[in-house]
Ligand binder design. Structure first.
Ligand code: GDP
Ligand code: CO
Length: 417
């Protein structure tokens, strides 16, 4: 009986259908950046199927089995800081069961212990859903000591505490995923309102890794729309303002390198993105919110053939960047104008400070940053245009066995639920 069920399941499994990645690809050194790929069917039904149209020529469907084989090797890292508890539960519900979930929280411990509330919610949730969830707190003193011990000090501040920042949380998440020998890591923000969108993001990650022809791959989600309420009406603009500009400047950078005008980049600030572990452990990470555009920059710096490199084995295999457009709208918690300005500054500085950024573009970005400052009526501290973002070392320098051993023995907040 079980076998019959299993067989029916295999025949009737769902598929996700999207463009081939090969429509247009920009190559810079060893890096292939694929043009935005569109999803045609979130579920294209059972296969094979006879049809008047031969969709297989222009699109490809991926079966649940294919996606599931990736989910099993995929850890979803959720950076979390003082978000509404209900939002996090929704995000958890959207993640396919096979994935390992790693929550890195930087939520406050006092006067209200929000971290304990999060752990309590996850424990309760786990009574109803059989998920594999790991949790750790970014400000765990023992974790900071462990980083010192394994000589990974670029994540620490001058007082040897782990710095605040989403990127810092991501790095901790990557390390926990490596401890569990996961092959892929995807990042999903904890303030996503729609569990259905979360579910689609994870499927997009899996499809991207399934398409990859190299072990070194990056999958980035582009939102089809970001709904906003303007004058009491719901609107669906495609870009947020930050994405608009970081994409513009990243494309200007690519155009300058190749000599041809390019619009290939549409995911400069994709908060939802994924990396193969082999690529993730080789990258530097830029502190806080500049992490997403810097990922692009760092991949080009390291493998774009523009600067000297010590990664000839990776260059030989090549790096692939996939950009896939989600069908679900992206709807997250609005954090206010100051948050957006800070993020814009961080993103622009990450591009501007790179050695591969040409002089004309530097001038343009600096003017943009000055304009931002004027608009703010000089309320906020002056932007230091020379300021380099704090850059963290690649995590491959850490002995993962030592790290794992110490975390399991010493960390006060590391939990497997
Ligand atoms: P935006 O969506 O890009 O506007 O940025 P958010 O403020 O929503 O942050 C993105 C995600 O990172 C959210 O899930 C936050 O809760 C989380 N986050 C923000 N700061 C930190 C931090 O210092 N540490 C950790 N671990 N997560 C953070
Ligand atoms: Co957000």
């Amino acid at each position: 009986m079980y076998l019959i069920y299993k067989l029916i399941y295999i025949i009737e499994c769902e598929y996700m259908r999207l463009d081939y990645p090969s429509r247009h690809t920009e190559r810079i050194g060893a890096v292939s950046i694929h043009e935005l790929q569109k999803i045609y069917e979130l579920d294209s039904g059972e296969m094979p199927r006879t049809s008047a149209h031969n969709h297989e020529q222009s699109t490809r469907a991926y079966s649940y089995q294919e996606l599931s084989s990736i989910f099993r090797e995929l850890a979803i890292v959720i950076p979390l800081k003082n978000e509404k508890i209900g939002l996090l539960e929704g995000v958890l519900s959207g993640i396919p069961n096979e994935c390992l979930i790693i929550i890195v929280s930087n939520s406050e411990r006092a006067p209200v212990d929000r971290f304990s509330m999060e752990v309590e919610m996850i424990r309760q949730y786990s009574q109803f859903a059989d998920k594999k969830i790991m949790v750790i707190h970014q400000k765990d003193n023992e974790l900071a000591k462990i980083f010192k011990k394994v000589k990974y000090t670029s994540i620490l501040d001058s007082k040897s505490h782990i710095r605040n920042g989403k990127a810092e949380g991501m790095v901790i998440g990557i390390l926990l995923a490596k401890m569990q020998k996961k092959k892929y890591i995807g990042f999903i923000d904890s303030d996503n309102y729609f569990p259905g969108a979360v579910n689609e993001y994870v499927k997009i990650f899996a499809v991207g890794f399934k398409m990859a022809t190299t072990p070194y791959s990056n999958v980035r989600v582009s939102w089809r729309s970001k709904p906003k309420i303007v004058n009491n009406k719901l609107q669906f603009p495609k870009w947020g303002r930050i994405s608009e500009y970081s994409n513009k400047y990243l494309n200007a950078l690519i155009s300058n390198i190749t000599g041809y005008e390019s619009e290939i980049i549409s995911t400069g600030n994709a908060g939802e993105h994924a990396l193969s572990m082999t690529l993730a452990e080789n990258l530097n990470y830029s502190s806080g919110y500049s992490v997403e555009p810097y990922e692009f920059i760092n991949i080009l710096e390291k493998f774009g053939g523009l600067l000297p490199t010590d990664s000839s084995n990776i260059i030989e295999k090549g790096i692939e960047i996939f950009q896939i457009e989600s069908r679900n709208p992206h709807f997250h918690e609005e954090k206010g104008a100051d948050h957006l300005t800070g993020m814009m500054q961080a993103s622009l500085l990450a591009i501007n400070n790179s050695k591969i950024c040409n002089i004309e573009l530097t001038k343009e970005i600096k003017n943009h940053l000055l304009m931002l400052q004027i608009k703010q009526n000089y309320k906020s501290p002056k932007i230091n245009l020379q300021k380099r973002h704090h850059i963290m070392d690649p995590i491959k320098v850490i002995s993962i066995e030592d790290f794992a051993d110490l975390v399991i023995k010493n960390s006060k907040t590391f939990l497997k639920i």
